[in-house]
Design a protein around this ligand. Structure first.
Ligand SMILES: [Zn+2]
Length: 453
């Protein structure tokens, strides 16, 4: 169960790909609370992750997302763009999770609700829990590292904070079939592990969120035996979403939050600040990734072309470099002006404070390089992507700013709304009225305390 500290939600960061490992330690070791591991990565590199969890991020609580939904989509979503076959990590995850996903995958077919008949449910639930509870520990034992934990007096090393029950994405057309199963997975997980916290991961698309059927989903989720609910609405970008979609979304969080602590799996500043100023939502945790940040489509499962944008602190959103530059340029007359009005995180301090001219320092966030792209259908083209160094700077600045957002002092809703509206006024003058509309939408929602249901 998530320990509740009413002053801030638990700050979770998703560890999705190996080259991100260094962002979880050293400079950032104290900047977040929990790690969320992708199940496919745990399956693919259990030994390395056990070492990571036990050394670099020592003592950090973690959760393993078993990513069972990976097996319900068309197989194009789990294909490797390099080999054309199924991704190695997904194949390994299927080995751990067993039937019915393993044989469906080997015959290149997605799983359907009908595949979970009779005793298969219990066996599947048991394996999904066992994967989360034992994979890292088994690897640590094989490396002779469990003695270290005994020595340190840690009774249950490398055990996740909560067991995530198997889960599958639901939309308007599939909810009747998947919903009873998703709830059964939770009941069964609780029966098998009555003493443990069990998480119901609720993954819905926007069509279902906006339909009347969502009320039935809420009823069953609330009356389930789940200790907490983790919510992920497919493709919901809290910065871009229309106000009425966000209103329904907050209504969903609040309706569940009346009975159970809620975590937001891909969340922006909005749920972080709501957790603080509107305790009625019962938002216990907010998770974000690094490169992909704060929203994520359900498919493809992992992968995608990395992009980096500058997270503008007062706007609470990633902006294209040139938009960020336009906003920051008013304060690039001197390093002290920039640090007082844009950001004084360690990365900005080093770049802007250390440059001969502040704008040259800021430009390092947008440093591009040209790459050659060749595809079967479109032939050869060139495109600009950020240099690895620019991406690294953007990610590090983002993590510092995020950490501060979680640690901001609690304020009155009216004070937060005014901050957001003021930031919008400033940004609108330079970027146009539609660029930062989310700040108005958020301010309205925070003031009114949504009642979408
Ligand atoms: Zn910064």
């Amino acid at each position: 169960m998530i320990a509740r500290d009413r002053s801030a939600p638990v700050h979770m960061v998703r560890y999705g790909i190996h080259r991100e490992a260094h962002y979880f330690c050293g400079e950032f070791a104290d900047s977040y609370d929990w790690v969320v591991f992708n199940g496919a990565m745990v399956a693919d590199a259990a030994s390395g992750l056990a070492a990571f969890a036990s050394s670099k991020a020592t003592g950090k609580p973690f959760i393993i997302d078993p990513q069972t939904h990976a097996f319900q989509h068309g197989l194009a979503s789990v294909e490797s763009s390099k080999t054309g076959g199924i991704k190695r990590s997904i194949l390994k995850l299927a080995d751990y999770l067993g039937e019915p996903v393993k044989s469906r995958l080997s015959s290149w077919r997605p799983v359907t609700p009908e595949d979970f008949s009779g005793s298969l449910v219990e066996a599947f639930v048991a394996r999904v829990a066992d994967f989360q509870l034992n994979t890292l520990r088994t690897q640590a034992a094989a490396r002779g590292e469990l003695e270290y934990y005994q020595f340190a007096g840690i009774a249950a090393p490398l055990e996740p904070e909560s067991v995530v029950a198997p889960y599958f994405l639901m939309d308007e057309t599939t909810v009747d079939d998947w919903l009873p199963l998703n709830v059964r997975f939770v009941e069964c997980s609780k029966q098998l592990h009555p003493g443990r916290s069990v998480t119901l991961q609720l993954v819905v698309d926007q069509g279902l969120l906006l339909s009347d059927q969502i009320n039935n989903v809420i009823d069953l989720v609330v009356s389930s035996r789940a200790d907490q609910v983790a919510v992920w609405v497919d493709r919901l970008d809290e910065v871009q979403a229309p106000a009425f979609v966000l209103k329904k979304y907050l209504g969903l969080l609040k309706a569940i939050g009346k009975s159970k602590p809620v975590s937001v799996l891909y969340g922006s500043y909005l749920p972080v600040i709501l957790a603080k100023v509107r305790p009625g939502y019962n938002i216990a945790g907010v998770c974000h990734g690094l490169e992909y940040g704060e929203h994520r489509p359900v498919v493809p499962v992992g992968g995608g072309i990395p992009i980096s944008k500058f997270y503008y602190p007062r706007v609470h959103a990633r902006l294209d470099y040139f938009d960020a530059y336009k906003l920051a340029s008013r304060h690039l007359g001197s390093a002290s002006d920039y640090m007082a009005n844009v950001c004084d995180c360690p990365v900005c301090t080093e770049l802007i404070g250390g440059a001969t001219r502040p704008d040259e320092g800021f430009a390092l966030y947008g440093e591009p390089k040209s790459i050659r792209v060749e595809t079967r259908h479109r032939g050869v083209s060139y495109r600009n992507i950020p240099t690895p160094e620019a991406r690294d700077r953007c990610v590090r600045h983002y993590l510092h700013v995020k950490s501060r957002e979680f640690r901001e002092p609690r304020r009155e809703p009216a004070v937060v709304s005014k901050e957001l509206r003021d930031a919008r006024e400033e940004a609108m003058a330079l970027l146009g009225s539609s660029a930062v509309g989310h700040l108005k939408v958020w301010a309205d929602l925070i003031e009114k305390e949504g009642d979408g249901f």
